[in-house]
Design a protein around this ligand. Structure first.
Ligand code: NAD
Length: 505
C-alpha cells in the first residue's frame, strides 16, 4: 500500500489539529522544478487566522501530550523511522523535482534526517535527569527535563527533508508540540514526511504545519504561546528571527550562513584530498551550508591546483533525475543570477578564473538554472567571492606558506560553520584542531557534519544561540531543567527548631 496516498502534489496543504486543509489565502506561490521551470504545484501563504489556529491547536494538545508516557512518544518515532525508510525513494523523486539536487543526494538528504528520527527513539535515556542523594542531612537534589510547550521550526530550501527532521522529531519526542514553517520554495517533500508522521501516530495538534514567508515567520516569532524557535537559513533572516523572537521572550537557535575552508598540507594524500575537495565544493551545486567554498593550499600543495581543475572538469551538470548527474541546477533563476553576479565580481576584482561555469549548456534542459563548476585562483580576502556566501558551485583558492598562516586566515573570517584539514601528520592535525576557531572540524573529512548522537555545532557568525539542533544539545534546547531539592521527615525525626541561616543541614 502506498503510504503517501493523501499527498496532493499540486497544492501544499496546511496541517492544523490533525487535519490536512486547504488554505483560504489569496496569496499563492508556484513551486517550480529548477531544471525545467515546470510548475509542480502551489504553496499558500497562510493567513493570520490559520497561523493562530495552528498555534492554538498545538497549545491545546500540549497538556495531554506532555503527559503521554515517554515510551508511547518513542514508539511513534520507531514507526516514523520505518515509514520514512519504506518511502524514501518516492520522497527523493519529489525532492529532486522541486529542489534540483541529484536523486542520490536527495536520498542522502532523507537519510541524514532519518538518523535523527532513529536517535529520537532513544529519548528514554536522553531525557533523563540527574540525582544526588544527601546534599545535606536527609536532603536530595534531582533534575527533571520538562518540555517547554509549543515550539516552532522555520526551515530553508536546501535540505527539505533533513532540516525539518532535525527539528520536529526531537521537539515532540521530548513532549513539546510543534508548528513547522517549511521553505516556500520546496515544501512538497517536507509535506510527505509530515504525512508519514501523522500516519505514524502523532496525535492531532502535536505537529502542525503552516506555509508562508516573512509575515508567517514574524507571527511565529511574536506569538505569546510559542516558547522556542528553531531557525535554519540565511544569516540575514536568522539574525532577524533571533532578535525578534528573543525580544518576545523565546528561546531561539539560529543556524545561518557560512564560508567553509579546507586547508591542504603538502603531506596530504593527494588523490584522496583532491577527490574530497571536488565533491565538497560542487556537490549539491554548492548549496550546502557545509559546502567547501575556500581551499587554502599550504606550501607545495599549491602545485595541485591544475590537477584539481582537471578532476572538477569531469563532473556532469544535468537535471538531478538524469543518471550520472553530479551537479544539478541551483534553486531559482534569482539564485542563478546572484551566483553569476558574484562570479563576475571575482573577475572584476582581479581573481583568475581557472574554470568558468557561467555558460554551461545542458541539452534538453535549456531553461534550467544551471551553473557549472567554477574555480578561482589568486583570490584575496578583500574580494566579494571570499567575503560573501555564494551558495553555488564556486571554489576560491588561496595559497599560503604555513599552517599558522592558514589558521590565522580562517580565524579572521567571521563565519564558523565547518572547516577541514588534509594531512598525514597527527601532530599537524592536533595543532589545527586545538587552534582553529570553528565549531565543526574535519580531519581528512571535507564536510564534517556530526551524526545525531552528537550535535550540529556551527559557531561564531554561522550561529546565534547557545544550543545546536539535534543530539544532546537539542534535548537541552527543547526542555527546561527543573531542579528539585527535597527532604522527607520521618515521624521519629526530632525537630531542630526554627533555623534562619541559609544552610540546609
Ligand atoms: P532563507 O533565510 O532565505 O529562508 C529560510 C526561511 O526563512 C524560509 O522558511 C523562508 O520562508 C524564511 N524567510 C525568508 N525571508 C524571510 C524574512 N525576510 N523574514 C522572515 N522569514 C523569512 O534561507 P534559504 O535561502 O532558504 O536557505 C539557504 C541559507 O540557509 C544559506 O545561507 C545556508 O547557509 C543556510 N543554511 C544554514 C544551515 C546551518 O545549519 N547553518 C543549514 C542549511 C542552510
Amino acid at each position: 500500500m502506498n503510504a503517501l496516498n493523501n499527498i496532493q502534489l499540486k497544492q501544499a496543504q496546511l496541517l492544523i489539529n490533525g487535519e490536512f486543509v486547504e488554505s483560504k489565502t489569496t496569496h499563492w506561490q508556484d513551486i517550480v522544478n529548477p531544471a525545467t521551470q515546470e510548475v509542480l504545484g502551489q504553496v499558500p501563504f497562510a493567513t493570520t487566522a490559520e497561523v493562530n489556529a495552528a498555534i492554538a491547536a498545538a497549545q491545546n494538545a500540549f497538556e495531554t501530550w506532555r503527559q503521554t508516557p515517554i515510551q508511547a512518544r518513542m514508539r511513534i518515532m520507531l514507526k516514523l523511522q520505518d515509514l520514512i525508510r519504506q518511502n524514501a525513494k518516492d520522497i527523493a523523486k519529489v525532492l529532486t523535482a522541486e529542489q534540483g539536487k541529484t536523486l542520490a543526494d536527495a536520498e542522502g538528504d532523507i537519510q541524514r534526517g532519518l538518523e535523527v528520527v532513529e536517535h529520537a527513539c532513544s529519548i528514554g535515556s536522553l531525557q533523563m535527569g540527574e540525582y544526588i542523594e544527601g546534599v545535606a542531612r536527609g536532603v536530595d537534589t534531582y533534575t527533571l527535563q520538562q518540555p517547554l510547550g509549543v515550539c516552532a521550526g522555520i526551515t530553508p530550501f536546501n535540505f527539505p527533508a533533513m532540516i525539518p527532521l532535525w527539528m520536529f522529531p526531537m521537539a515532540i519526542v521530548c513532549g513539546n508540540t510543534f508548528v513547522l514553517k517549511p521553505s516556500e520554495q520546496d515544501p512538497l517533500s517536507t509535506m510527505m514526511l509530515v504525512e508519514l508522521a501523522v500516519q505514524a501516530g502523532v496525535p492531532a495538534g502535536v505537529l502542525n504545519v503552516v506555509h508562508g514567508g516573512k509575515d508567517v515567520v514574524d507571527l511565529l516569532c511574536t506569538h505569546q504561546d510559542i516558547k522556542a524557535i528553531s531557525f535554519v537559513g540565511s544569516t540575514h533572516v536568522g539574525t532577524h528571527v533571533y532578535n525578534l523572537a528573543g525580544q518576545h521572550g523565546k528561546r531561539v537557535q539560529s543556524m545561518m550562513g557560512a564560508k567553509n575552508h579546507v586547508v591542504v598540507m603538502p603531506d596530504a594524500n593527494k588523490e584522496q584530498t583532491l577527490n574530497a575537495l571536488v565533491g565538497a565544493a560542487f556537490g549539491a551545486a554548492g548549496q550546502r551550508c557545509m559546502a567547501l567554498s575556500v581551499a587554502v593550499m599550504v606550501g607545495e600543495a599549491k602545485h595541485w591546483v591544475e590537477e584539481l581543475a582537471e578532476k572538477a572538469k569531469t563532473l556532469k551538470v544535468n537535471a538531478g533525475h538524469e543518471p550520472n548527474t553530479d551537479i544539478g541546477p541551483v534553486i531559482s533563476p534569482r539564485a542563478k543570477a546572484r551566483v553569476l553576479d558574484l562570479i563576475n565580481s571575482g573577475v572584476e576584482e582581479g581573481a583568475t578564473l581557472l574554470l568558468d561555469g557561467r555558460d554551461v549548456k545542458v541539452k534538453g534542459y535549456e531553461q534550467g538554472n544551471f551553473v557549472g563548476q567554477t574555480i578561482f585562483t589568486h583570490v584575496t580576502t578583500d574580494m566579494r567571492i571570499y567575503k560573501e556566501e555564494i551558495f553555488g558551485p564556486v571554489l576560491a583558492i588561496i595559497t599560503v606558506d604555513s599552517l599558522e598562516e592558514a589558521i590565522a586566515l580562517i580565524n579572521a573570517n567571521p563565519f564558523g560553520n565547518g572547516v577541514g584539514l588534509f594531512t598525514q601528520s597527527g601532530a599537524t592535525a592536533r595543532t589545527f584542531q586545538h587552534q582553529i576557531n570553528i565549531g565543526q572540524v574535519g580531519i581528512n573529512i571535507p564536510i564534517p557534519v556530526p551524526v545525531p548522537f552528537f550535535s550540529f555545532t556551527g559557531s561564531r557568525g554561522s550561529k546565534l544561540g547557545d544550543l545546536g539542533p539535534y543530539g544532546k544539545q537539542a534535548v537541552q534546547f527543547y526542555t527546561q531543567t527543573k531542579t528539585i531539592t527535597s527532604r522527607w521527615f520521618e515521624d521519629s525525626h526530632q525537630s531542630t527548631g526554627v533555623n534562619t541561616t541559609i544552610n540546609l543541614g
